[in-house]
Design a protein. Structure first.
Length: 298
């Protein structure tokens, strides 16, 4: 369970952001603002969504009713009913996303990794009966199996920090987000990916933008010469697989209990934010001598 000091740290950052966000929104609003304020502030709502991802509980309703309202009354004295809180979660999707984009993304170091992971929203036998994601989700194939849902594409650095993310349908090509300039806005240097990112045209386009795409070679392809450091870093691509595993098992970005698409998005965004507050992230340790290149990778 997340400690009290960490909750205070998260709340202070969120509250500072929400104050600036409300100032900007109030100036842009048309008409009169609602005179009756909500019982819970946006800062409290967003903080609760984040700490749930660190709670090791799989069910948010159980966390809210049986833990937060009973054992965290000092931190959150004015809680609302569970149904009302679910409505407030949807209303705070925009500030939640902006908080992730503003405070929780890392900085590119010149060594980046890209990968996609399936986000399943229901089991195979319930695909035809699923009404929440009808017309939105679809069937796709990962390296392991077929699934119904979406894909989460992320770019990370060698420190385990998420640099950017993108959510697409399940049948979307993994290379599609790399063709969008907004996805790789702040990415430079070397970008390592798996065999699903092999493309001569894509590699050429990225190279013109200052990004060198490095992928592993398929069995039916000729072996390409590359520097030893690139081969070593390509083996360390498992760092992003570890991040995907933590997002699904430590945080709760994947489950089949969603009742609306908006709550599906809030769950993923809050999971990415919660990961950014993790004290220990998977990273690559390597010695650097002055400004010279990397000599060895552990």
């Amino acid at each position: 369970m997340i400690i009290c000091s960490k909750i205070t740290e998260i709340f202070c950052l969120v509250d500072e952001f929400c104050k600036k966000y409300s100032q900007v929104i109030d100036k842009a609003l048309l008409g009169n603002k609602s005179k009756r304020p909500c019982r819970m502030s946006s800062s409290e709502i967003i903080t609760i969504m984040i700490i749930f991802q660190h709670s090791s509980m799989r069910n948010f309703k159980h966390f809210y009713l049986n833990y937060l309202q009973k054992h965290m009354t000092k931190e959150f004295p004015k809680t609302v009913s569970y149904n009302r809180f679910v409505e407030l979660m949807q209303q705070n999707l925009l500030p939640l996303t902006l908080f992730l984009k503003t405070f929780c993304l890392g900085k590119c170091t010149g060594i980046s990794f890209v990968d996609s992971t399936p986000i399943r929203v229901c089991k195979h036998k319930r695909i035809s009966r699923n009404k929440v994601f009808k017309g939105i989700a679809n069937v796709g194939k990962s390296t392991m199996c077929w699934f119904y849902g979406f894909k989460l594409h992320i770019v990370t650095n060698d420190r385990g920090e998420i640099l950017n993310f993108c959510i697409t349908r399940a049948n979307e090509d993994d290379r599609t987000p790399l063709k969008d300039e907004r996805f790789l806005t702040k990415i430079f240097g070397k970008l390592f990916g798996d065999k699903g990112y092999i493309s001569k045209d894509l590699r050429k386009n990225l190279f013109e933008k200052g990004v060198e795409l490095i992928t592993s070679v398929k069995n039916n392809m000729k072996n390409a010469l590359m520097p030893m450091i690139d081969k070593l870093l390509l083996r360390k691509r498992s760092i992003i697989e570890t991040i995907n595993d933590q997002l699904k098992n430590i945080c709760q970005i994947e489950h089949s209990r969603h009742r609306s698409f908006a709550n599906f998005l809030t769950n993923i965004i809050s999971g990415l934010i919660a990961y950014s507050f993790s004290p220990k992230k998977p990273s690559i340790k390597y010695p650097i001598v002055g400004n010279a290149s990397i000599n060895s990778v552990y």
